[in-house]
Design a protein around this ligand. Structure first.
Ligand code: AMP
Length: 576
C-alpha cells in the first residue's frame, strides 16, 4: 500500500474532531488495506513500530531529526532551528522545508507502507559505534523520497509524537466497523493481547471466530483485572457477602510471565520492565514452581531502616538514573502475588477466585522478604474485617482489597467483584493537560497545573481541576523540567477545555490528587461540569497511562455517594 494513503488519513484525523468521522476514516482505511499489511498500517497509524509491550523505541531525538531534515532538504541546521522556533513542531518544519526543497529531486521513488515501516524498524535496531550517523542517513533518505505531508508524519512518528494512547476506543470501533465484528469482541481480544495491530489482523483474516480464538499467551501481557472503590466495609459486605479481604499493598502492579528459565515483567500499562528488575527476575525463577506460568501481584519497596513500605516512585526514579544493581542492594524490593492467570499449560482465568488462590499457594514457594503470597482473611464479620484493616494500616499498607469468592479473573475489567477499601481522603488520578507559570516565590517554574479526566462515552478529556497545592519547592522544579518537553503548541485534540492555561501539555503524566469534596458546577469553568475543593498533589502515578485515569462517570458516582452521605438528595440520583 502507498504510504501517502496512510498519511492522508492521518492528516484528516488531525483536522476533524468528530468521533464518528474518525471511526469512518480509520475503518475505511483498514477495510482497504491488504491483509498482510494490516499490522504495519495499524502500528504506523498509532505512531508505533512495535507493539507497546515490546518496549522498544526508535531511539532518535530532535537533534538527530533536525540533522536529517537539513540533509534531505539542503537547508542549514541554523535554518532548521530558526523555523522550529516559529513553528514549534518539527513535523511541520519538515513539511515546509520539503515543500521548498532546494535540491530539486527529479525522480522521487514513491514510498510504500512496507518501505517506511522497514526503514524505521531497521533504524531502531542500529546500535554501537557510528550508530547516530547511520540513523541520520536512513531517515534523511526517507525524507528525500517523501512528499511534504509524508515528511511531516515520518518525523512525528520517529519522535513518538503521534502516540497519544487515548485513541484506543476509536480503534476498537473502527476495527469493529471495518470487519463487521462486535466491538466487545475486539476489546476482549485487545485485553488478551495488548496489541491492536494483532487484533485488527485477526479480525481481517477470520472475523469473530478468529477473535474468539485468541487466548492468553506466555510472553504477551494481559490487561489486569481492576478494582472499584468501596466507601466502607459495610458497603463491601452488602455487595459481596462473605468475601476474601487481602492486604492492599502500595507499590506497582506487576505481571510476571515465566517460560522455563525465561522471565518477563510487565506493568499494568503493559510495558516491559524486565531489564529494570534483575532482582525480581531471579526471585521469580526461585519461587515460581511451574515451567510455564503467569502471576499477578504487587511489587513493593521496603525502607531498609524502618522496614516499612516506601513510595515506589523513588525506586523507579533511582533505577532509571543509577546503576540498577546498586539500587537493588540499597532499596530491596518484595513481590506479593495475589493471582494466577495461567499455570502448566492451563488457563486459569475462568476459575473462581478461591480455586485460583489455592493453585497460587501450591505453585509459589514463598521466600521471606522476597516473594510472598499476599496475606488475607475470609469473613463477613465487620469487627474482624476492621481489625484486619487496622493490621494492614499498622504495617504501613494502604488498606484492603475485597474479592468476590466466586469471581473469575475478568481481564481488563473494573467491576464490583474486586473492591478497594482505603481509609482517609478520596483521591482521583487525573492527567495533566496544561500549566501556569508561577509568581513570586514560584517565579521561573510552573506553579500550578490544569487537570482532566476521561469521558468514557466520547473518549474525550474534560477538565476537572486546577492544582497548585501539595508540592514541595523541589517537586515544583523537578516537575517543571519534566513537563518542559511535553509542552504543545496547541490544545491537545482530545481535550475539551474552556480554561486557557499558559501552556498546553501533552496528556501523558498522571497525578494522584487528594481533595476534600467534589463540587458540581464550580466557579472555575470546567468542561466536566465538576470541580474539586481543596485539591492537593499526592504523587505521580508512574504506573498509570492516560487510558487509565479516573473517568467522568466515576466522578459522577463519587459525587452521588458524597451527596447521599450528607443526607441530602443528590441532583444526579434521579437520573442514574
Ligand atoms: P488503585 O490503583 O487505587 O485503582 O487500586 C488498585 C490497585 O491496587 C491494583 O491495580 C494493584 O496495583 C493494587 N493492589 C495492591 N494490593 C492488591 C491486592 N491484594 N489485590 C489486587 N490489587 C492490589
Amino acid at each position: 500500500m502507498e504510504y501517502s494513503k496512510l498519511v492522508e488519513v492521518q492528516e484528516k484525523l488531525e483536522k476533524t474532531s468528530s468521533y464518528l468521522d474518525k471511526v469512518e476514516l480509520i475503518s475505511r482505511l483498514l477495510a482497504e488495506t491488504p491483509k498482510e499489511e494490516i499490522r504495519k498500517v495499524v502500528l504506523l497509524l498509532l505512531g508505533e513500530i512495535f507493539p507497546p509491550y515490546e518496549s522498544k523505541e526508535i531511539g532518535i531525538g530532535p537533534q538527530l531529526i533536525k540533522e536529517a531534515i537539513a540533509r534531505a532538504t539542503g537547508y542549514s541546521r541554523r535554518e532548521v532551528d530558526e523555523l522550529m522556533l516559529s513553528k514549534g513542531d518539527l513535523g511541520e518544519v519538515a513539511e515546509e522545508l520539503v515543500k521548498k526543497k532546494r535540491q530539486v529531486t527529479l525522480f522521487r521513488e514513491s514510498l510504500s507502507v512496507e518501505k517506511v515501516y522497514s526503514v524505521l524498524r531497521k533504524v531502531s535496531e542500529i546500535s554501537g559505534e557510528g550508530s547516530q550517523e547511520k540513523k541520520i542517513l536512513w531517515i534523511s533518505e526517507l525524507l528525500t523520497n517523501s512528499s511534504p505531508l509524508e515528511a511531516k508524519y515520518i518525523v512525528r512518528t520517529v519522535l513518538g509524537e503521534l502516540r497519544l494512547g487515548i485513541a484506543e476506543g476509536r480503534l476498537r470501533d473502527s476495527i469493529s466497523k471495518a470487519f463487521h465484528v462486535s466491538p466487545e469482541l475486539v476489546e476482549r481480544a485487545y485485553m488478551f493481547t495488548g496489541d491492536y495491530s494483532l487484533v485488527a489482523e485477526r479480525a481481517a483474516l477470520g472475523g469473530e471466530a478468529e477473535l474468539k480464538n485468541i487466548r492468553i499467551e506466555v510472553g504477551r501481557p494481559v490487561s489486569p483485572m481492576l478494582a472499584q472503590r468501596a466507601d466502607s466495609i459495610d458497603e463491601v459486605i452488602r455487595r459481596l457477602g462473605k468475601a476474601a479481604f487481602e492486604i492492599k499493598l502500595d507499590g506497582i502492579r506487576i505481571q510476571i510471565h515465566k517460560k522455563k528459565d525465561r522471565i518477563w515483567i510487565f506493568t499494568r500499562k503493559l510495558e516491559n520492565y524486565t531489564s529494570m528488575f534483575p532482582d525480581l527476575v531471579k526471585d521469580s525463577l526461585d519461587s515460581i514452581k511451574p515451567d510455564k506460568a503467569i502471576i499477578d501481584g504487587e511489587l513493593v519497596a521496603i525502607n531498609p531502616e524502618t522496614g516499612k513500605p516506601m513510595p515506589f516512585q523513588e525506586v523507579l526514579r533511582r533505577r532509571r538514573k543509577y546503576n540498577i544493581e546498586e539500587v537493588s542492594r540499597e532499596l530491596p524490593i518484595q513481590f506479593h502475588a495475589f493471582d494466577v492467570l495461567y499455570s502448566e499449560g492451563v488457563e486459569k482465568i475462568d476459575l473462581p477466585y478461591e480455586e485460583r488462590r489455592k493453585t497460587l499457594e501450591e505453585i509459589i514457594e514463598q521466600k521471606e522478604g522476597k516473594f510472598h503470597v499476599v496475606e488475607r482473611i475470609i469473613s463477613d464479620d465487620e469487627k474482624e474485617i476492621k481489625d484486619f484493616l487496622n493490621y494492614s494500616l499498622s504495617l504501613g499498607h494502604e488498606g484492603l482489597l475485597a474479592k468476590d469468592l466466586n469471581s473469575p479473573y475478568r481481564v481488563g475489567k473494573r467491576e464490583f467483584l474486586w473492591l478497594k477499601v482505603k481509609p482517609g481522603g478520596d483521591t482521583l488520578d487525573l492527567v495533566v493537560v496544561g500549566a501556569f507559570y508561577g509568581k513570586g516565590k514560584r517565579a521561573g517554574v510552573f506553579g500550578s497545573y490544569l487537570l482532566a479526566a476521561r469521558d468514557e462515552e466520547s473518549d474525550k478529556l474534560l477538565t476537572v481541576s486546577k492544582l497548585g497545592s501539595g508540592f514541595t519547592d523541589d517537586e515544583l522544579k523537578e516537575l517543571t523540567e519534566k513537563f518542559k518537553s511535553l509542552v504543545m503548541k496547541r490544545k491537545p485534540g482530545i481535550l475539551e477545555a474552556e480554561i486557557e492555561p499558559h501552556v498546553w501539555i501533552e496528556p501523558k503524566i498522571v497525578f494522584e490528587v487528594m481533595f476534600e469534596e467534589i463540587q458540581k458546577s464550580p466557579e472555575e469553568k470546567h468542561t466536566s461540569g465538576f470541580g474539586l475543593r481543596f485539591p492537593r498533589f499526592v504523587r505521580i502515578r508512574e504506573d498509570k497511562g492516560v487510558e487509565e485515569i479516573s473517568t467522568i462517570q466515576e466522578i459522577e458516582e463519587m459525587y452521588r455517594k458524597q451527596e447521599e452521605k450528607k443526607g441530602g438528595v443528590s441532583p444526579l440520583s434521579s437520573s442514574s
